[in-house]
Design a protein around this ligand. Structure first.
Ligand code: XIL
Length: 365
């Protein structure tokens, strides 16, 4: 009997997706994959390539990449980057001490490589306690600083070493601030290591893979000026202390509609002036109700993304999902949110046109 290895299945899936990506639609790409035809005929991937930036499908789900060729093919056709949904989170890679699980993350890393997509490693330490219960219990149960450093170093080393050279960009710490953004979040790290805990984890990541880009990822700073200030203080202090930090990811879960574009641009510029790279890492905006909802959403996507891309340090925009068929917001809000550039049947929405327009401007097309 012939048996096919997991690696074999992965490469078949990856190959099919690449084929679909090439054969789908009638987009106009040049030899480097950039946009050569009229802007309206180009995919986001082609335009991002022309602009020299990353356009990412976030919340990528390994099970769907494996089992749903349309999901996989459309992702590779429209995007040149991806961020795993949960596959790289601590709960997934080491739910119990010394129990390592990398199969589902491997599948996405292989898929990205086969389709020439960059991958954002999301995320090494996410220690929220009020909204999400995201740390494995064995980490939450730690009661002394030395042990917390030990389990964190073990985890960071295991994951970064496994993907060294394949994942070159990590969200080292996710959401260190409170939701309202007045201060650092109260969690096991702050209680045991003090306010410099974020810097400590960045130094561990730099030691584990000196060539990786190290990013801090935070929510709501593009729509909350006070939170942007707190984040700026934290990061400016890290930079002044010589902590190895390369970039700031601004999550973009704009549940109440687009933020003020002026605030987006000013905020991005402020962090860029610290010498950092910038990305919008998790963007979704629920579609407003009513006949004009889709158009409004298109304008919101355009204005927000164009504001970021006006700053040269803004080098990536990643959505949290990419098709309305699969979005965490349906569960989070308890209703269909339709917050993404492709609809449930992979048709381009006005939101897609808005992103296309912002990328075309950055590319000078
Ligand atoms: C979400 C996932 O999409 C969900 O499937 C999971 O249940 C909870 O986490 N900010 C982040 C992401 O940084 O990792 C979160 O992803 C959404 C909010």
């Amino acid at each position: 009997m012939t048996t096919i290895s997991l690696r074999g299945i992965r490469s078949i899936v990856g190959g099919l997706a690449a084929l679909l990506a090439l054969s789908c639609g009638d987009s106009a790409s040049g030899p480097d994959g950039g946009c050569t035809g009229p802007v309206e005929s180009c995919t986001l991937r082609e335009l991002a390539t022309s602009a020299g930036v990353r356009i990412g499908a976030g919340a990528a789900v390994s099970r769907l990449v494996r089992d749903d060729p349309e999901y996989a093919g459309q992702m590779a056709r429209h995007f040149n980057a991806l961020t795993p949904n949960a596959e790289l989170k601590w709960q997934a890679t080491q739910p119990e001490r010394h129990l390592r699980r990398f199969e589902s993350a491997d599948l996405l890393v292989d898929f990205a490589a086969q389709n020439r997509m960059e991958i954002r490693g999301h995320t090494l330490v996410w220690a929220h306690e009020d909204v999400y219960d995201v740390l494995p219990q064995y980490v939450n149960d730690v009661t002394d600083a030395g042990r917390l450093r030990e389990v964190t170093r073990e985890h960071v080393n295991a994951v970064m070493e496994r993907y060294r050279g394949r994942i070159r960009r990590w969200d080292v710490v996710n959401e260190p601030l409170t939701i309202a953004g007045e201060a650092l979040h109260d969690n096991v790290y702050r209680r045991l290591l003090g306010d410099r805990w974020v810097s400590e984890v960045f130094r561990m990541a730099a030691a584990a893979d000196p060539d990786a880009e190290l990013w801090l990822n935070e929510n709501l700073a593009l729509s909350n000026a006070a939170k942007a200030d707190t984040l700026y203080e934290l990061v400016a202090e890290m930079v002044a202390d010589g902590v190895p930090i390369d970039g700031i990811g601004f999550q973009g879960h704009f549940l109440g509609g687009a933020p003020d574009a002026g605030h987006v641009e000013t905020t991005v510029r402020r962090f860029a002036d610290l010498g950092l790279r910038v990305a919008i890492t998790e963007m979704d905006i629920p579609m407003p109700d009513g006949a004009e909802g889709a158009e409004r959403q298109g304008t919101d996507f355009y204005e927000t993304i164009a504001a970021c891309l006006r700053v040269s340090a803004c080098e990536e925009v990643t959505f949290w999902g990419f098709t309305d068929a699969h979005t965490w917001l349906d569960g989070f809000l308890g209703r269909p949110a339709r917050p993404l550039p492709l609809d449930g049947e992979y048709r381009e929405k006005p939101a897609y046109d808005g992103v296309r327009q912002a990328l075309a401007e950055r590319a000078g097309l």
